[in-house]
Design a protein around this ligand. Sequence first.
Ligand SMILES: *[C@@H]1O[C@H](CO)[C@@H](O)[C@H](O)[C@H]1NC(C)=O
Ligand SMILES: *[C@@H]1O[C@H](CO)[C@@H](O)[C@H](O)[C@H]1NC(C)=O
Ligand SMILES: *[C@@H]1O[C@H](CO)[C@@H](O)[C@H](O)[C@H]1NC(C)=O
Length: 278
Amino acid sequence: MGSLLPVSLLVLLAAAYRGGGGARWRRAARAPGPGGSSPTPSETSVPFWVRINPEFKAVPPGGSVWLNCSSSCPLPENSSLSTRLRRGRTHSGPGWVSYELVDVRAWSSEVRCFVTCAGETRGATAKITAYKQPQSVILDPPVLVGSEYTLRCHVTHVFPVGFLVVTLRRGGRVIYSENLERFTRLDLANVTLTYTLPARPRDLLQPVTCHARLSLDGLVVRSSSAPMTLTVLAWSPAPKVLASTSIAVVVGILLVVGAAYLRKWLLMQSPGRGGGGP
Ligand SMILES: *[C@@H]1O[C@H](CO)[C@@H](O)[C@H](O)[C@H]1NC(C)=O
Ligand SMILES: *[C@@H]1O[C@H](CO)[C@@H](O)[C@H](O)[C@H]1NC(C)=O
Ligand SMILES: *[C@@H]1O[C@H](CO)[C@@H](O)[C@H](O)[C@H]1NC(C)=O
């Protein structure tokens, strides 16, 4: 069981998201806020609470969210929001202010709202996460070349890639798992993982699956491919495929920005799905 021999691994990462390239990504860092970094302690402290609702929200990249900041202060002197996200509209009523945040792209952002009541300032914090569950997780039919299967898994339209783990399982057991945390690009992406598995007779007819897991703050999103069976009926590969795999062996990890490769793959895969060979 221990001899997995990861002969080649190729991760193709394609920025699938136009318009994100030159964007300025705001990172969760400490910034000198315009106010409220050190609330002035007051001697005549009035008990009051400040709430922000929701406290956690996950949105698609570029999406928007409304946060309602409310307090029990009968006469708030001031109410403000501290965030690096872009602001949209604001609505308010007695004891509450609702803020819209737009174009959320940072994978994790902290938003604080402050209310000043009788000279005392209190705050509440919300966390906003931008993520995109993979549109699809597709495992190509395993290709047998010589004494090795090539397993290729496509995870499309996923964000943020740095929080993605792609796992291959054979008969339910993990045969390979890859954490993509080194990919720090903040784009929606297509990821293709290629793994070479030595062919063994006892693995024949075993189902292989590919799993994508996004682990964000307090949120785990899982998607899986349909199972593929390891067969001896070789699904004949195109020569170019082998070439790109061997390049990958040399380079290890290939970062490709552009649609050409993946589109070629998808075109080649589409007629070959299912194991209806003779
Ligand atoms: C209200 O909050 C804003 C933004 O934090 C700040 O500039 C202003 O001085 C505050 N006003 C009062 C009365 O606290
Ligand atoms: C904000 O919260 C307050 C207090 O819970 C509520 O009365 C108000 O309707 C909410 N406003 C919006 C726009 O949801
Ligand atoms: C990513 O995958 C999707 C869905 O398969 C495809 O339509 C799109 O062209 C791909 N994008 C790139 C940049 O390869």
